[in-house]
Design a binder for this molecule. Structure first.
Ligand SMILES: C[S@@+](CC[C@H](N)C(=O)[O-])C[C@H]1O[C@@H](n2cnc3c(N)ncnc32)[C@H](O)[C@@H]1O
Length: 269
């Protein structure tokens, strides 16, 4: 696997793989809701695109009936954690590949279920990635996507912009760039020949310790500063941490808004 830029998102996940699942616990709750929203059908073969540690697939495994799993993610350290999770299920045949979403390597029509949770926003060509997911699905197969939604965490974007700190502002730019509106996603699903069954957004107003937000950024966004010398990277993360601490309410807690886009679609057949 080769990467063209030092600021590839997979850099963040190579670093955070061990701690990832604890630091993004609230992302995992979204994946759980997505998997619970899938049509109640057997899914023997699962393709997980941008699989990370495989959290979404493990939710599908818990539903039962999964016997083959392909996971695709450029971050090998995340795949290593996924391998550990799957080791508790020796009956499941697994193929975890360090690769990009647009080259999953599975045959046409291989998958009963394709999952892509909290990863589409990191993919440089999102329509191409969704086209590849559609190609991998068998007729009547199901696709489930979870991604940050429109207006995701705009209060945080405003707070970061107000600092005027160009390096910290990279985080605000990334939060905005990561938005995937439901209307856009429904349109692309149609363009690649899938029938959207349900595409929706959920908004949660959250009250958390400021360091918990900073820790999550540490898990998912360090690649934004990967072009800087190591000490400067630590320094910018310390400044990010300070932004959240300074923005805490008198009760010491930080309030933010998490908007998520969900999609469940079916390949006609
Ligand atoms: C926030 S994690 C989500 C992981 C997992 N799906 C979950 O729900 O916990 C995002 C993942 O997307 C992966 N990723 C980034 N760019 C990618 C790309 N171009 N193709 C496939 N995966 C990518 C990262 O390496 C990372 O593991």
């Amino acid at each position: 696997m080769s990467r063209s830029t030092v600021n590839h998102p997979a850099e963040s996940f190579e670093r955070s793989a061990r701690a990832y699942e604890v630091l993004v616990a609230l992302n995992r709750a979204g994946s759980r809701r997505l998997v619970r929203s899938l049509p109640d059908e057997p899914y023997g073969r699962v393709l997980d695109v941008g699989c990370g540690t495989g959290f979404a697939t493990m939710q599908a495994v818990a539903r039962g009936g999964v016997n083959e799993v392909t996971g695709v993610d450029p971050a090998q350290a995340m795949l290593d954690v996924f391998t550990q999770h799957l080791s508790a299920h020796p009956g499941i045949r697994a193929d975890l590949r360090a690769a990009d979403a647009v080259s999953t390597g599975v045959p046409d029509g291989w998958a009963d279920l394709v999952l892509c949770t909290m990863a589409l926003h990191w993919m440089p060509d999102r329509p191409a990635a969704i086209r590849e997911m559609a190609r991998a699905l068998r007729p009547r197969g199901v696709l489930g996507i979870l991604a940050p939604g429109q207006g995701h965490d705009r209060p945080t974007v405003d707070i970061i912009m107000a600092t005027g700190d160009a390096e910290v502002i990279r985080l605000a730019d990334s939060i905005v760039a990561n938005e995937i509106p439901v209307g856009w996603l429904a349109g692309v699903l149609g363009e690649v020949g899938l029938e959207p069954l349900d595409v929706w957004s959920e908004t949660r107003e959250r009250v958390v310790a400021p360091d918990a937000v900073a820790d999550r950024m540490d898990a998912v966004a360090t690649h934004l500063w990967a072009d800087l010398p190591e000490p400067a990277q630590h320094d910018v993360m310390a400044r990010v941490r300070r932004v959240f601490r300074d923005a805490a309410a008198p009760d010491g807690m930080y309030r933010y808004r998490f908007v998520k886009t969900f999609a469940v679609a079916r390949k006609p057949g």
